[in-house]
Ligand binder design. Structure first.
Ligand code: KG4
Ligand code: ZN
Length: 350
């Protein structure tokens, strides 16, 4: 089974050809960093236009590298939401057109599901498992019980973790995207120099909050007479440590609840762009071990947005016969667990 996967929900234009034995036959990715950097964040209009300009070429190149014609695919998958709607429309329309011409099934993939199933692209992993999904638009703890079966244990009450990293980097003048910049700056910094708050630490439940941390960082920057490279590194390290403490605390609660509610499944998975952060990975691995869970995070390139995880989610759905009609409408919002109560201020991208 071979599926083409297309990703255009945020600022990465990506296409990949993946086989059901987990082989990534070809992949192409264009990060629109230069386009958005002058604005300090992703501009939806610019993103949509950049997807439109690049996608056809990326798809053609990926197919050529895989040495396949569209007729040799088993299906075409695209992220159909949640995300910036202009970009999602570009990806979905392209995938539908290929599917229609090649007379192959179309698969509308939930971008969050692509992240949620990404560890199964890396290796054998049975359901259920506990997922910490941390990206630019989402911070969620989910019990992954099967394809299309997700139970949300916690979510962010305000900013997503990636968003918090991006805003913190902006405050520190470290540029965009913030996550990798903070991680790099933190490497030489002292994480104990600034006592930033650990939002919700010790409180019951599995929800997150990051806006107070951002405010505290702004204050700490204001109190410093100037942002020397050393101070910037210390602030970045202190911020990263506060995020790690908060994530570890919330995850600890979720691990306990997951254990109570599931007789099987003792693996914690971290996915999404923020899961690329090495120090967070280390911390989460320790948190999992304390609870008697294994820890797993896809390689960095499969944590941030890419076409392979979309193709893989497509393969998982195709195996179950879960194909979609060409009338499937792109969705700016598309929760994985529709039964979960709406959280205030939850982001729209993933
Ligand atoms: O999943 P993703 O590629 O895109 C979506 O949000 O859909 O996640 C992007 C987010 C950005 O906020 C970025 O700053 C963050 O992931 N990120 C990181 C790191 N690499 C990317 N955050 C912390 N540390 C990193 N190394
Ligand atoms: Zn994502």
């Amino acid at each position: 089974m071979i599926v083409l996967g297309i990703e255009t929900s945020c600022d990465e234009t990506a296409a990949a050809v993946v086989r059901d034995d987990r082989a990534i036959l070809a992949e192409r990715l264009f990060s629109q960093l230069a386009e958005h950097r002058p604005w300090g964040g992703v501009v939806p209009e610019i993103a949509a236009r950049a997807h439109l300009e690049r996608l056809d070429r990326l798809v053609a190149d990926a197919m050529a590298e895989a040495g396949l014609a569209f007729a040799e695919l088993d299906a075409v998958a695209a992220t159909a939401g949640p995300g910036l709607i202009g970009g999602v429309i570009v990806g979905v329309t392209t995938a539908k057109a290929i599917a229609a011409v090649a007379e192959k099934p179309f698969l509308a993939v939930n971008h969050l599901e692509a992240h949620a199933l990404s560890p199964r692209l890396v290796g054998e992993l049975d359901f259920p498992y506990l997922l910490l999904l941390v990206s630019g638009g989402h911070s969620q703890l989910l019990a992954v019980e099967g394809i299309g079966r997700y139970r949300r244990l916690g979510t962010t009450l305000d900013d997503a973790v990636g968003e918090a990293f991006d805003k913190a980097a902006k405050l520190l003048g470290l540029g965009f995207p913030g996550g990798p910049a903070i991680e790099a700056a933190a490497r030489t910094g002292d994480p104990r120099r600034y006592g930033l708050p650990r939002p919700l630490l010790g409180r019951p439940g599995c929800d997150f909050s990051f806006s107070g941390l951002k405010t505290a960082l702004r204050q700490a920057i204001g109190e410093a007479s100037s942002l020397t490279p050393e101070r910037t590194a210390d602030l970045a390290a202190s911020f990263q440590a506060a995020v790690a403490d908060a994530l570890a605390d919330r995850t600890r609660h979720a691990l306990a609840r997951f254990r109570r509610e599931n007789a099987r499944g003792r693996t914690l998975v971290a996915a999404g762009g923020v899961a690329a952060n090495a120090s967070l990975r280390e911390r989460l691995a320790a948190t999992a071990a304390e609870a008697g869970f294994a820890f797993l995070a896809p390689p960095q390139a499969l944590c941030t947005d890419n076409g392979a995880i979309v193709a893989w989610a497509g393969i998982e759905r195709l195996k179950l016969g879960l194909t979609d009609g060409l009338d499937f409408a792109p969705r700016p919002r598309w929760p994985l667990d529709p039964a979960a109560p709406k959280a205030l201020g939850a982001g729209v991208k993933a």
